[in-house]
Design a binder for this molecule. Structure first.
Ligand SMILES: Cc1ncc(C[n+]2csc(CCOP(=O)(O)OP(=O)(O)O)c2C)c(N)n1
Ligand code: SF4
Ligand SMILES: [Mg+2]
Length: 319
């Protein structure tokens, strides 16, 4: 698009510049992977032409959950573990809105685990980004369900006792899973491509993003950052494609058809090499808001009628 027509579209209020989606100065630590995720989200909004007044970012509580503050859209900084039910409520009331969820590994996989499982099953058209830094960041270093075995933290001073949970294999095991992908904060090009595919998917798209927390889990991903051969890039005509530049750097590429759920489950359990790309996509799973006909009956008169009939059930009429 020419600069002139872009400018004209902006004038007509149809398109926005990156700055139109930016709000405030992030408080995250230097080098925190949340910064890369925020940049990717703002780019997505601009490139997909999202209307700020029809876009909502929902989060729970955690460092990652601060993201809605930095988006100049609607936002809901919710309750710890409850981002998904809040987002589902919004989508059910207003299916016309674009709804995103930013959640941490503690927020989603620990206190919010029950909501996570059922959100996958409901398959509402929501884009869910799991910022997985393998630790509770905001509360200053407690082990989370995804902390690697032996992680020393304030709750596990002698090292964590349990093998970590894999958010990808859990999600792929739930009935109605329809889009599952993995990205890493240190490859911005593929992060952007994956969240774009997630946004375009109709249904709940679950993207686990391996996110660096230099403050509390220091150099956890340095071996992978410095050795691209330890990354496994999943490519496919229906999945992620690598640019020529990335092809040269990331030579460990695996052709994977996102329609194959059994293969997706096998790949999802690999920790080294780290798989990056779209693991699974099924466009045939119905969305809960469509099954329920959400939004169709919500006229002002319809809502008033429903409320009145509900109140009438409890009315004590004079003799
Ligand atoms: C009901 C409730 N329990 C506990 C807390 C304390 N708390 C706030 S954030 C958090 C964990 C955050 O970890 P994570 O979700 O991984 O996000 P991160 O900070 O790592 O991005 C906890 C335990 C809370 N705010 N509310
Ligand atoms: S504590 Fe970790 S997750 Fe939180 S802002 Fe700092 S680097 Fe990011
Ligand atoms: Mg965390």
């Amino acid at each position: 698009m020419s600069t002139a027509s872009h400018f004209l579209q902006q004038l007509a209020g149809e398109r926005h510049a990156l700055e139109d989606y930016q709000s405030g100065i992030p408080r995250w630590c230097k080098g925190c992977g949340d910064n890369a995720i925020l940049t990717a989200m703002q780019r997505l909004c601009r490139d997909e032409g999202l209307k700020p007044e029809r876009t909502v970012f929902v989060s729970g509580i955690g460092c990652s959950s601060r993201l809605p503050h930095y988006m100049r859209t609607y936002g809901f900084h919710g309750i710890h573990g409850r981002a998904l039910p809040i987002a589902e409520g919004i989508k059910l009331a207003r299916p016309d809105l674009d709804v995103f969820v930013n959640t941490g590994d503690g927020d989603c996989c620990s206190i919010g685990a029950a909501h996570w499982i059922h959100a996958i099953r409901y398959n509402m058209n929501i884009t869910v980004l799991l910022h997985d830094n393998h630790i509770y960041g905001l509360t200053k270093k407690q082990a989370s369900p995804t902390s690697p075995l032996g992680t020393k933290s304030n709750t596990t001073p002698r090292g964590s006792w349990l093998e970590p949970m894999s958010p990808l294999t859990v999600t792929l095991g739930v009935q109605n899973a329809s889009f599952v992908a993995q990205a890493v904060d240190w490859i911005p090009e593929s992060l952007f491509q994956i969240i774009t595919a997630a946004y375009r998917h109709k249904g709940l798209s679950f993207v686990r993003i391996l996110q660096r927390c230099p403050e509390f889990v220091g150099n956890m991903y340095e071996p992978w950052v410095h050795d691209p051969g330890r990354m496994m890039m999943l490519t496919h005509a229906d999945g992620m494609q690598l640019s020529p530049a990335l092809q040269k750097i990331y030579r460990n590429q695996l052709e994977h058809d996102p329609a194959n759920i059994h293969r997706a489950r096998e790949i999802a359990s690999s920790e080294d090499p780290i798989p990056v790309g779209i693991l699974y996509r099924n466009t045939a799973v119905p969305c809960y808001e469509d099954i329920r006909g959400a939004g169709k009956l919500r006229t002002a008169a319809g809502i008033q009628k429903t409320l009145e009939s509900e109140f009438d059930k409890f009315t004590v009429w004079p003799e």
